[in-house]
Design a binder for this molecule. Structure first.
Ligand SMILES: Cc1cc2nc3c(=O)[nH]c(=O)nc-3n(C[C@H](O)[C@H](O)[C@H](O)COP(=O)(O)OP(=O)(O)OC[C@H]3O[C@@H](n4cnc5c(N)ncnc54)[C@H](O)[C@@H]3O)c2cc1C
Length: 301
């Protein structure tokens, strides 16, 4: 038995939009009330299915791909209609049922109220997923593959194609290394070039900038946080970074107490503490120059 939940990404909480049950509130057309040109759909959105929705999940589009795909079509049509000053269409969809594969060529199905199980349900399940593959070529290739696999066992091949956890990455001038909202991935050391970190605190309107040159590093807050990036780092000139993936960097730093201490002190000195994004008053710092003392700390969400 698997109990797997699905829910909005933490980023949704950071958008400052009205939320209900953790989802972005929309009207029946998938517009976000009180915002211009902002729409929401899918798991992250709470889309009413009638004009008088109650505090009952059945009055809202469910968080399934079945709904999300239809919402996508309807939202695209509504955006087009809004450009052309045409009437928008409210989202409406009734689930056709559900299918679940049980493995060993067996499945269960509840389609238009008809309940099926066994091989017939499994064929229906396969046919349904095949129909959703984009384009004839993909459908044909997968269909033939499934057919062959049913009479001949598939060849099993294991390929380890993960990129090395530590690698050099080249950036051209103007390239973005990461930006706010991206998942924290690892730690970066500058081999050559110059990279600028900018953090804008939306709560306090404070602005922080720091330029990193050869031998300096950024992204060390992966040691204390595993959330989303709050800063933007861009290349001021062509440059090379050494990247270490979060897990490996954390293991490495934790294995050497002096490294752990170095980074903890660095985070304290540069950002004013583990739960702070930055401290004001340290802007325009040049590569190699010592960190400025921080008069006051800015707390981010
Ligand atoms: C285990 C499981 C089984 C499921 N089975 C079914 C099923 O059989 N039938 C069914 O109808 N539904 C099923 N669902 C539900 C279905 O998967 C979701 O309802 C559907 O995928 C929602 O689509 P979405 O586009 O809203 O979100 P998602 O499909 O979650 O897409 C969001 C995308 O945004 C990306 N993203 C997130 N943060 C960032 C960021 N900061 N920057 C850039 N990209 C970002 C994510 O990587 C992801 O690709 C299942 C869900 C789970 C978890």
């Amino acid at each position: 038995m698997a109990t797997i939940g699905n829910g909005p990404h933490p980023l949704v909480q950071m958008l400052g939009l009205d939320l209900h049950w953790g989802r972005i509130v929309t009207d029946r057309f998938m517009r976000v009330p009180g915002q211009e040109h902002v729409w929401a759909l899918g798991d992250a959105a709470l889309i009413p299915l009638n004009d008088n929705p109650q505090e009952d999940p059945v009055d809202y589009a469910t968080q399934t791909a079945q709904f999300a795909v239809r919402e996508g079509y309807q939202l695209a049509a509504n955006i087009m209609a809004s450009f052309k000053d045409q009437k928008l269409k409210p989202f409406a969809y009734t689930s056709k049922g559900s299918l679940a594969s049980l493995g060993m060529s067996k499945a269960v199905a509840d389609v238009y109220g008809f309940k099926l199980s066994g091989v017939l349900a499994w064929l229906l399940w396969r046919g349904f997923y095949l129909s959703f593959l984009p384009g004839f070529a993909a459908k044909f290739r997968v269909g033939i593959n499934w057919l062959l696999n049913s009479v001949m066992p598939p060849n099993l091949v294991q390929l380890r194609m993960l990129p090395p956890a530590t690698r050099y990455i080249h950036f051209w001038k103007g390239d973005r290394v990461f930006e706010p909202g991206m998942l924290i991935d690892g730690f970066y050391t500058v081999i050559n070039g110059a990279f600028k970190l900018t953090i804008d605190n939306p709560d306090t309107s404070e602005h922080f900038e720091k330029v990193f040159g050869p031998g300096e590093h950024f992204g060390e807050r992966v040691l204390v946080k595993s959330e989303l990036r709050t800063g933007l780092v861009e290349a001021l000139e062509d440059g090379l970074l050494l990247f270490i993936a979060q897990k490996d960097f954390t293991r490495f730093a934790r294995a050497f107490p002096f490294l752990d201490k170095y980074f903890t002190d660095y985070i304290e000195k540069t950002f004013g503490g583990t739960d702070k994004a930055f401290a004001p008053g340290s802007s325009n710092q040049q590569p190699g120059s010592p960190a400025q003392p921080k008069p006051e700390l800015a707390k981010t969400r």
